[in-house]
Design a protein around this ligand. Structure first.
Ligand code: CO8
Length: 259
């Protein structure tokens, strides 16, 4: 598929990098961009050589939200009755391999929500996060009211969603929204380092780890702990578990074969 609103490349043959590419609109997310993003994610997920994915934007904006100009004309019947806006935002949730958000500049509205749909966020020191939808007479529509409280706690989530204020990278790291903050010119180096590290591990263990953390994030504690236990047990059926433990005991580097 030829892409117009994203750029796609691989790093070291193992990491799929997707760059949102509507710089004039600060990467505002419209249907075409979300279709292209979904297609690129699915294609990397199906590519056996790829172990991890990265979504990034420009220095100025990861994404400044859903495309307001495109949404402005819609009414309730269009967005609820039709499939405008909402039809293609959930693809990322079906991706099995880890997806890291590399955020510099604005991550606002749907841009903040897209970053939160990734498995974790590494931010540049110029990053700014926010859910300013309240200023447009709407609320977040792609999980912001659900994922922000889980990431930040209720008080900060309410503050962000009700006032529409922005949070800088330092506050986002303090609050647990992002896992690491680095200088802008070190962002991709840091993110690719994390991605390549993940690529080193057994893909089966990586899938199980991601599914288990998501189970905790999306469900209740008892259910999550039970799910984790069963995935833990299941990994003892893999060759990679034998290899990993044998390598440790014998003080050598493990050679995982995704079996
Ligand atoms: N949509 C469309 N165009 C945008 C958007 C956007 N979200 N953000 C910026 N742009 C455009 C501007 O209109 C401008 O275009 P032009 O040059 O043609 O006038 C260009 O990008 C540059 O923007 P600014 O001149 O405003 O740049 P500044 O540096 O002055 O300001 C800001 C940067 C602060 C980011 C500012 O552009 C801004 O406030 N943008 C809007 C942020 C916002 O409100 N985001 C939330 C949108 S609503 C949403 O995301 C709902 C998600 C629901 C998803 C539901 C799916 C299931």
């Amino acid at each position: 598929m030829a892409y117009e609103m994203i750029e796609v490349r691989t790093e070291a043959g193992k990491v799929g990098v997707i760059t949102l590419n509507r710089p004039k609109q600060l990467n505002a997310l419209n249907n075409q961009l979300m279709d292209e993003l979904g297609a690129a994610l699915k294609s990397f997920d199906a590519d056996d050589a790829i172990g991890c994915m990265v979504i990034t934007g420009s220095e100025k904006a990861f994404a400044a939200g859903a495309d307001i100009a495109a949404m402005a004309k819609y009414g309730f019947a269009d967005v609820y009755g039709g499939d405008y806006i909402t039809r293609n935002w959930e693809t990322i949730r079906s991706i099995r391999k880890p997806v890291i958000a590399a955020v510099s500049g604005f991550a606002l509205g749907g841009g903040c929500e897209l970053a939160m749909m990734c498995d974790f966020i590494i931010a540049a020191d110029n990053a700014k996060f926010g859910q300013p939808e309240i200023k447009l007479g709407i609320i977040p529509g792609a999980g912001g009211t659900q994922r922000l409280p889980r990431a930040l706690g209720k008080a900060k989530a309410m503050d962000m969603v009700l006032t529409g204020r922005m949070m800088d990278a330092a506050e986002a790291e303090r609050s647990g929204l992002v896992s690491r903050v680095v200088a802008l010119d070190k962002l991709m180096e840091e993110v690719l380092g994390a991605a390549l590290q993940i690529c080193e591990y057994s893909r089966l263990a990586v899938y199980a780890a991601k599914e288990s953390v998501n189970r905790s994030y999306e469900g209740g504690l008892a259910d999550g702990v039970m799910f984790e236990r069963r995935m833990f047990h299941a990994l003892f059926a893999t060759e990679d578990q034998k290899e990993g433990m044998d390598a440790f005991v014998n003080k050598r580097k493990a050679q995982f074969r995704n079996r």
